[in-house]
Design a protein around this ligand. Structure first.
Ligand SMILES: Cc1cc2nc3c(=O)[nH]c(=O)nc-3n(C[C@H](O)[C@H](O)[C@H](O)COP(=O)(O)OP(=O)(O)OC[C@H]3O[C@@H](n4cnc5c(N)ncnc54)[C@H](O)[C@@H]3O)c2cc1C
Length: 424
């Protein structure tokens, strides 16, 4: 059986960055990808706006990820494409991974694994729409794949449900390709996508956005013929009497992404109900020592620049883990408690010990807040505060902190909250 220090699962931006970082740390690395080509979902994201933070340039998805693919190949990292990981089992001193490819069933051993499997899209079933099941109902990512990779137009006249970024981007893309987009309908009273996408994808193309609205029913036998739209109340329940029927041949669903964590679940990795990704420490190690997570598998990111960053941190940490495992514990960690004012906070734990407590925190506020303060208290005493002029749930925030000066110990209670400035 072939043995490595680190196996990375997933060849998207997170997995590529993780493999490169692990190799730079001297690890023997294998990257496994189920598709024929590396690049993950960015292969189909041909619009621009990627890499502004990392490279200070406006790149398309393929341009962005190609920079990592080039570096990956220059470093001669081993890679197995068209290979689907089906199982990972913990064994003494590491893990055995089972994968299927054209050569049959393969097994590999490694001391640590990085899960960089990305996320999947929520479907119509998960948003419970009544009616028939005609063709013409696509997730935004599936429609993006048809248009951008296969050169097929899936729509002539369509409705977009959900104002997430991929839905906004697809509203513009389908318009550019000649389809009529009747509107983007969002069940919440506020949009889910980034402000820049609302402006560049909807306003610039006169595509209307209807907040507090949802699709309640679909009609059609072979192909979609119409959808029923209704206004919703504060509890997001459709208001009787507000229904209207819109004739259309396509419904695009942009109703959320869910981190892909089947492998983590098989390993009994504890998942965070807020992120749907693994609970991890500031090295992005999960609760199962030796298993690391990054990118959209860890939590749904809105900017790929942060996906690559988390991959680098996880890959380097996985390589360092291999150097330390000879019988010694890695680190011990304490929980980082985010109160209800945060939608979520990653990582959820901080390592205790010299040189171990530097952290990159990613968080989202629960509500839109102007003039807010992020507060970190250790055992009830404020140790850090940062002011934010504008916090919006769709826009993830990043914060780099070193917890070492605050002398955290294994019993420390670390609490993070956000409040309006001046409110105690
Ligand atoms: C449809 C869609 C469109 C998006 N558009 C944008 C955008 O415009 N801008 C933006 O910044 N972000 C966008 N995102 C977010 C985007 O996913 C992230 O920015 C980034 O691509 C996430 O990188 P990743 O490496 O974590 O995941 P991915 O890019 O999804 O890569 C994960 C990889 O893991 C592989 N994999 C999964 N399971 C297995 C397995 N069992 N065995 C082997 N391989 C496996 C997959 O094939 C895939 O290649 C989009 C996401 C989706 C789903």
């Amino acid at each position: 059986m072939k043995t490595y220090d680190v196996i990375v699962i997933g060849g998207g931006p997170a997995g590529l960055a993780a493999a490169i970082a692990a190799k730079k740390e001297g690890a023997r690395v294998l990257l496994i990808e189920r598709e024929a080509r590396l690049g993950g979902i960015l292969k189909q994201c041909i619009h621009d706006g990627f890499g502004l933070i990392r490279f200070g340039e406006k790149l398309s998805g393929p341009e962005y990820v190609e920079r990592f693919i080039d570096e990956f190949h220059q470093m001669d990292i081993e890679c197995s494409t068209l290979t689907f990981v089906t199982n990972i089992v913990k064994q003494k001193g590491g893990f055995v991974l089972t994968a299927v490819n054209r050569q049959g069933v393969q097994e590999y051993r490694a001391a640590s694994m990085v899960l960089a499997t990305g996320c999947r899209e929520r479907t119509a079933k998960q948003v419970k729409i009544h009616g028939t099941r005609p063709s013409g109902i696509f997730t935004a990512g599936a429609a993006q794949n048809f248009v951008n990779l296969m050169g097929q137009m899936p729509a002539r006249k369509c409705v977009v449900l959900g104002s997430g970024d991929i839905g906004l981007i697809m509203a513009r893309r389908l318009t550019l390709e000649g389809a009529k987009v009747l509107g983007v309908y969002e069940v919440k009273p506020t949009p889910s996508g980034l402000t820049r996408n609302l402006v560049q994808c909807l306003d610039d193309y006169d595509i209307p956005l209807y907040l507090s609205h949802t699709v309640t029913r679909v009609f059609g036998t072979e192909r979609l013929e119409a959808v029923e739209i209704a206004q919703v109340d504060a509890k997001m329940t459709p208001i009787p009497g507000t229904e209207q029927t819109l004739a259309c041949d396509t419904l695009i669903l942009s109703v959320g992404l869910i981190p892909e964590n089947e492998m983590a679940e098989k390993l009994d990795v504890v998942l965070d109900p807020r992120t749907k990704g693994p609970v991890c420490d500031n090295q992005f190690m999960t609760g199962v020592p030796g298993i690391f997570s990054c990118g959209n598998a860890l939590h749904v990111n809105d900017l790929v620049d942060y996906v690559s960053e988390s991959g680098e941190l996880a890959g380097a940490a996985a390589a360092m883990y291999c150097r330390r495992i000879a019988g010694t514990a890695f680190y011990s960690s304490v929980p980082l408690r985010a109160d209800a004012s945060l939608q979520y906070l990653v990582p959820q734990k901080i390592n205790v010990g010299p040189g171990a407590s530097k952290a990159v925190l990613y968080f989202r506020s629960r509500e839109i807040l102007q003039n807010a303060v992020l507060n970190i208290a250790i055992d009830g005493k404020t140790v850090y505060e940062k002011k934010y002029r504008n916090l919006k749930p769709p826009e993830m925030e990043r914060l780099e902190l070193d917890f070492e000066p605050w002398n955290i110990g294994e019993t420390s209670d670390i609490c993070v909250n956000i409040r309006k400035e001046g409110v105690k």
